[in-house]
Design a protein around this ligand. Structure first.
Ligand code: 3PY
Length: 362
């Protein structure tokens, strides 16, 4: 079912309505339906936060249809049907945008807007080949991701999840001198794997904890960013061996897949804490399990895994020194609404043939 500006009031209700309540076409006057049918067609693969839906519906520039759930992703078969003939697509990181999908959409598709900073779910080569422009949502989530990374780091290093479990389940005996001891940030070296906006934002937040030194590695030094946090460029080996806390901030690409593996973990101190809020694919999970269970490293905090969701039977869930979150780094109301709004604005600008606010260079 397709809707545009005239359906705004009803859409605003939909944006806050319970799941599976999308019912917006019935009752629109015939003239309105005719006017709308000439507008570019957009398919939205998820019930995105209200800000973005409002922008699209108020624009009067597009008609759109959406998968009216946030609890389950659109089934692939349905997605392949729904994209047929659309001019633009809004997706989230659970949808694989590959040759099969782009073929199913056909030649009208000229704009893709992903509500994510990550773009490893997109086949950039296929998009480029077809001349499809791609919008994404960096920057607006930097604060939220950095904040959650700090929370995860502290939860892992100070063993907060273990501690609340002990308190709730009767493990809290007398005050003990070394019980639930962890590692503190004061006087530590924090290593950043992949220095970008998010790495800088994490370091800025960690600095007041009296971190002694920030180090980073990347494909090449990034002096402008590094100077913001007074970070030293080091090799991957030095990053592994010197970091008391190693936080992964790089994008998942063919070059970074499994980059955190046995080789890296074997060079880390057995008192060090490993944190990943980027993508699960950068970590070789079997190697991480081995490093954690053998005491090669002290702990790990993961907001991202492969697959997602990680099956509850996964060995990593058996470890006390591994804190696993369900990919919530950007999950604050304001950030998710900002991502939704940016995705909508990118899409509208792309359809008008104008530069997007945040566009991937293909
Ligand atoms: O935007 C992304 O890429 C995420 O991982 C969710 O914030």
């Amino acid at each position: 079912m397709w809707c545009g500006r005239v359906a705004l009031r009803r859409l605003q209700r939909i944006a806050v309505a319970p799941l599976n309540s999308l019912s917006i076409t019935g009752g629109l006057p015939g003239a309105v339906q005719r006017e709308m049918s000439s507008l570019p067609r957009v398919y939205i693969t998820r019930q995105i936060p209200p800000e973005g839906l409002k922008i699209l519906s108020e624009s009067g520039q597009v008609q759109f249809d959406l998968w009216d759930s946030d609890d389950v992703p659109v089934p692939r078969k349905e997605l392949l049907q729904k994209v047929k003939g659309v001019d633009a697509l809004v997706c989230v990181l659970t949808e694989k945008i590959d040759a099969e999908l782009l073929d199913a959409a056909g030649p009208n598709l000229r704009v893709l807007s992903t509500m994510s900073v990550g773009f490893d779910h997109l086949s950039l080569e296929e998009l480029k080949k077809r001349g499809i422009r791609v919008g994404y949502t960096p920057d607006v989530l930097t604060d939220s991701v950095a904040e959650l990374t700090v929370a995860l780091l502290l939860s892992t290093s100070r063993r907060l999840i273990e501690a609340t479990h002990e308190a709730k389940t009767g493990g809290w005996g007398t005050w003990r001198t070394l019980w639930l001891c962890g590692y503190e940030l004061a006087n530590s070296t924090v290593g950043i794997l992949g220095l970008g906006r998010i790495g800088v934002a994490i370091a800025e937040r960690l600095k007041p904890f009296k971190v002694k030194k920030f180090i980073y590695t990347d494909v090449a030094p990034r002096p402008e960013l590094a100077s913001l946090i007074d970070a030293e460029y080091v090799s991957m080996d030095e990053l592994a061996s010197q970091s008391d806390f190693l936080t992964v901030c790089c994008a998942l690409t063919p070059e970074t897949k499994d980059i955190c593996n046995k080789d890296l973990f074997s060079k880390m101190k057995n008192t060090s804490i490993f944190i990943n809020t980027s993508r699960g694919g950068v970590v070789h999970q079997e190697d991480l399990y081995e490093a954690l269970s053998s005491g090669q490293i002290a702990g790990a905090g993961l907001d991202v895994t492969v697959p997602e969701p990680l099956p509850i039977s996964h060995p990593l869930f058996t470890l006390n020194n591994c804190v696993i979150l369900p990919h919530i780094a950007s999950a604050s109301y304001s950030t998710r609404n900002a991502m939704s709004a940016l995705a909508a604005n990118n899409l509208l600008l792309g359809l008008k043939g104008q530069p997007m606010i945040k566009e991937l260079k293909l």
